[in-house]
Design a protein around this ligand. Structure first.
Ligand SMILES: C[S@@+](CC[C@H](N)C(=O)[O-])C[C@H]1O[C@@H](n2cnc3c(N)ncnc32)[C@H](O)[C@@H]1O
Length: 183
């Protein structure tokens, strides 16, 4: 059992193809903090993608700074407002996988009114996993909301990105390599 209050609906694992929508753009020399542990599955994915990362079962709200270069996660949606209010206090680029409706919420608009953010919208709905297995179709669409990544992401606020099965992807050819070489 997690040390924080456990809500079953908040406990889904992110498939690697959903991670890839974002991580293909992140420089490989960036270290990542993935604060919402779940089953620990993210560690396996980020290792496969070649990122140094910190992914430990501890309370996100008890941490006030990180030495990592970027914070990325799929957080519990029942407390997404609280998560957003906290993540903006870290002086780091961040990206969260959240329901698309989040960007219409008044609290989001208030929180982000002076902040440039970009969104990555998958061209197919992401289905999440439980214990590594697909369970059922998700009831809503989720997107990556990204802050501080404009150097690396395409120069648009809305980025549509195909959700590609990892079997079709060669990780060594990712776009982030091309980006690093350009900078
Ligand atoms: C949607 S799941 C995603 C797990 C993982 N980040 C992934 O992408 O596969 C969110 C997880 O956050 C955990 N969680 C809830 N409150 C937390 C907190 N205060 N600090 C850290 N993790 C928390 C939940 O137990 C849940 O497993």
């Amino acid at each position: 059992m997690d040390p924080w209050k456990f809500k079953n609906d908040d406990h889904y694992e992110t498939p690697d193809k959903a991670w890839r929508l974002l991580t293909q753009y992140i420089p490989k020399n960036f270290s990542i903090w993935e604060p919402f542990y779940g089953s620990g599955n993210s560690s396996e994915v980020l290792t496969k993608f070649g990122f140094k990362h910190y992914h430990v079962k501890e309370d996100f709200f008890g941490i006030n700074s990180t030495e990592n270069d970027i914070i990325i996660s799929n957080p519990p949606y029942s407390i997404k407002k609280k998560v957003l209010e906290k993540i903006v206090t870290f002086d780091k680029p961040w990206a969260l996988l959240l329901p698309i409706a989040t960007i219409c919420n008044q609290y989001f608009l208030n929180l982000m009114k002076n902040t440039y953010y970009q969104i990555i919208i998958p061209t197919k709905r992401i289905n999440y996993l439980k214990k590594g297995e697909k369970i059922h179709g998700a009831g809503f669409d989720t997107i990556w909301i990204c802050v501080g990544l404009q150097l690396f992401l395409p120069k648009r606020q809305i980025i549509y990105e195909p959700l590609v099965d990892m079997i079709d992807v060669k990780i060594e050819n990712e776009k982030s390599h091309e980006k690093i070489n350009k900078h």
